[in-house]
Ligand binder design. Structure first.
Ligand code: SF4
Length: 399
């Protein structure tokens, strides 16, 4: 525990006058986090000041992003999350599984634009319920979506300068181990620990891969294997502020045990006309700021990310709450998960970040401090990392 002073961050002592004395201890206790995340508007400035001081003592001055291409390997999915615009059933307009040529084409276009990350986003195990997907995979020569993903990650690694970062949903011990050979990091959003959202009418009804304990098990297994891992929470899908704290605490506990959580994403739900949750209220800017700040105070020394395109206009305000990363930003491909929300222009991202007093640095899909976990996984991976990384662990072709 440490006490931080938001007025005098250099001396390591924090004084806030609005919440009680215990709430000043960082990392926060659950009780203090639950108080802060519901703090009154009059207390918000103190909360943000505290979070900024903690972020600045962790990573002063530098804010990172990953220049990426988005590779939607397949948008077929066996889950039906009520907020998802990405997924399709076979035969539905827009349903598509990319061919290897399509994968290479998009990744090579990213290579020409200075990208370092190929973010593989895909639906979770569609072949389990759709015979059409099994046929597609068989035509491509693979038994499952994960076998196909593994081959495409290796293809990208062998044929291009980009580094794959797969987000395939739940993974077994064996699959984490196999994918870790062909990707320096991987990800799975925890989203929430509130299992009540699986009930009829909930955001995760008919989404068997969103059972919180199953997602925690995947993140835990990645930890056992020392895989740099990206996870996070999705706010505004029917969970309470206390649920947000509990999900962050679950992530904190896994990181305490295994030290493998390279970043935590705080993502805000955005309503869209075509989803079942189209009338569900979006989290306010105040909720987003409170959640980010509390995450920073729960995990003082963890990379904290929020996507800028989901917080336009004025996304730079999120820096005031303690983030130190903008996540993957593509100069090329749309955000297929939130296609109505274009990525900010990279030059504009740099300007807005600079106006807040930070230098914007392009990172790899694996953060500098986690490179030593990735390198030993395979000689191919080590060689590709060495070809891409600069002396400080960032992307060699910096923005
Ligand atoms: S959010 Fe992911 S798991 Fe849920 S339906 Fe969409 S693609 Fe499938």
């Amino acid at each position: 525990m440490r006490q931080v002073n938001s007025s005098h961050p250099a001396d390591g002592q924090l004084r806030v006058s609005t919440l009680n004395e215990q709430s000043r201890s960082v990392p926060l206790s659950r009780e203090a986090a639950c108080s802060w995340i519901c703090c009154r508007d009059a207390e918000l400035a103190d909360l943000l000041s505290l979070a900024r001081a903690v972020r600045d003592s962790f990573k002063p001055r530098v804010v990172t992003y990953s220049r990426k291409v988005f590779v939607p390997l397949t948008n077929l999915c066996r889950d039906y999350c009520a907020y998802c615009t990405f997924r399709r059933d076979p035969g539905q307009a827009g349903a598509h599984t990319m061919t290897p040529d399509e994968v290479l084409e998009i990744v090579r276009a990213g290579e020409r634009r200075g990208c370092a990350e190929a973010l593989f986003s895909l639906g979770d195990k569609p072949e389990l319920i759709f015979p059409e997907v099994r046929e597609t995979l068989a035509r491509l020569g693979f038994r499952s979506t994960l076998h196909y993903l593994e081959a495409m990650c290796e293809l990208v690694l062998r044929k291009t300068r980009l580094l794959p970062h797969p987000n395939p949903g739940l993974m077994s011990r064996q699959w984490i181990s196999r994918l870790a050979v062909v990707s320096p990091s991987m990800g799975l959003m925890l989203e929430t620990t509130n299992a009540a959202l699986l009930a009829p009418g909930g955001a995760h009804y008919q989404a068997p891969d969103k059972v919180p304990v199953r997602r925690l098990r995947t993140i835990e297994e990645a930890g056992r294997q020392g895989v740099p891992f990206t996870t996070g929470i999705l706010i505004g899908i029917g969970e309470s502020p206390e649920d947000r704290v509990d999900a962050l605490l679950a992530i904190r506990e896994l990181h305490r045990r295994f030290g493998h959580i390279q970043e935590v994403i705080i993502q805000n739900f955005r309503a869209k006309a075509e989803i079942p949750m189209c009338h569900h209220p979006e989290p306010s800017r105040g909720e987003m700021l409170r959640t980010i700040a509390v995450a920073r105070l729960l995990m003082p020394e963890i990379n904290l990310q929020a996507p800028p395109n989901l917080s336009e206009p004025d996304y730079e305000e999120l820096l005031d709450a303690g983030i130190n990363d903008w996540g993957g930003v593509s100069p090329l491909t749309p955000d297929f998960i939130n296609p109505e929300r274009p990525w900010p222009h990279l030059q504009e991202l740099e300007q807005r970040t600079r106006r807040k007093g930070f230098v914007l640095r392009q990172r790899l899909p694996v953060y500098p401090e986690f490179l030593s976990l990735s390198r030993p996984k395979s000689s191919l991976l080590a060689a590709r990392l060495d070809a891409t990384v600069d002396a400080e662990g960032y992307a060699r072709r910096a923005a």
